[in-house]
Design a binder for this molecule. Sequence first.
Ligand SMILES: C[S@@+](CC[C@H](N)C(=O)[O-])C[C@H]1O[C@@H](n2cnc3c(N)ncnc32)[C@H](O)[C@@H]1O
Length: 449
Amino acid sequence: MWDAVTNLPVGSSQAFKKTALLFSHMKKFDLVKKEIEKILPNSPLAEELVHARLVLKWLLKLNPNAGELLQIAALAHDIDRAFTGITEKDLKDYSRINEFKKEHAARSAKFICKILDKQGYGKKEIEKVKRLVENHEVGGDKESGLLMAADSIAYFEYNVPFYLKRNGADNTKQKIRFMFNRLPEKAKKIVQKIKFKNKEVAELFRETIGIMPDVDAYSSPESYKKFQNLRPDYAKAIAKSVELAGKHTKNHSNLVLADFCCGIGSNTKKFADSVGGIRKATLVDINAGFLNKAKESKIKAKELAIKQTDVLEAGLDKECDLVFSIFAYHHIPTEKKGKYIEKIKSCLKPKGLLILAEIYLQNKLEEISYYNALFNSVPKNKVVPGLKKFLEQTAKSNDFEFKVSKEFADKQFLEFGFVKLEEYKIWPLKDPSNPSRGAFVQVYRAPAV
Ligand SMILES: C[S@@+](CC[C@H](N)C(=O)[O-])C[C@H]1O[C@@H](n2cnc3c(N)ncnc32)[C@H](O)[C@@H]1O
């Protein structure tokens, strides 16, 4: 005799019933996973199945105890594409992205609910998966937040080259921004550590997010500031830059300044403080976290313009009396350095002033020996954990550091019509073997036209 409700022999023990129930649940879960995995390859996106598996992998890394329903949502969150064929290529106007994503999530929820219903999942369980999948793009509660984070990490780990190929660089930048900005800090750190094998993707990520995976300190304004201020080349170059900017400018309450690759804006702040305030400061940097810090730093300027962008793309008016380029020129790839100088020229008034602080080194060997000597010059009692790694990463970076010789830079600024007014070697001062190697502060005047 069989029990009509449990489908087990009448008189089965409680323990037997429990085990049988668990077993039938595992079987359902397995069947659902198999069905999803069979459907996903029907998607027009070749990466669909691998992506879904990676989302599940990251979900379980972020929370090894993630339950069965959350795991199902992870695997099935994009399942609608396998049924409808609708992808972001069908989104003609990117400003509609949020609506589009909402519709996509709702469609996926509908499809997975049907599968769960067929496999005998209960109403409450189906409702839960529905809610998780519907919210996978936006989060909202702890579990959908985890799903959203796992989705983004998996996207960065695997999908970007596919997306780029289908949608082009501009849309990919928007997508990168969307997928990154929605992440909680912990997940952002995981993404920042991803080493993109595809050079174009690495460049797009750098341009969009502005944080270099190969120098950790750029992911936090606090650690960046802490490390930089310990460096004798950096600290002395900033002090000299501020002093020279004050010496070569006048009428400060009416002065307009642009700070190229401003970091946390501390140079502009120091200068504005030292002259009792200025009229306008435009801060340009690619790193949103740094700019947030700059915004809060109470710079003494009647007007403050913040531009989070690749400096080469920044829209700037020809209104500046002064440009700061402080440890910035070497972050611009060598073949684009000319465009960078053009950008400085385009925002400086005729005969405007440029303060250029730079480190001139000719090759990787010189860089490694420079940063080694720099570390050794920091008094032992001032060394903080992470400083050595920061300097080593900076020396070795291939993605973010494009240092050139002083001869190269001097010639290039001259070619663009800049006139050098004065220059100072900052560090190392005891290096007679090569006087043009090291950190310098140079003062230039822009051409008269
Ligand atoms: C060495 S830091 C110098 C920051 C600041 N000038 C200072 O002295 O503290 C370099 C800065 O350049 C920014 N950066 C690098 N490449 C950039 C780019 N292409 N466009 C805008 N900012 C960039 C980084 O985000 C970083 O804040």
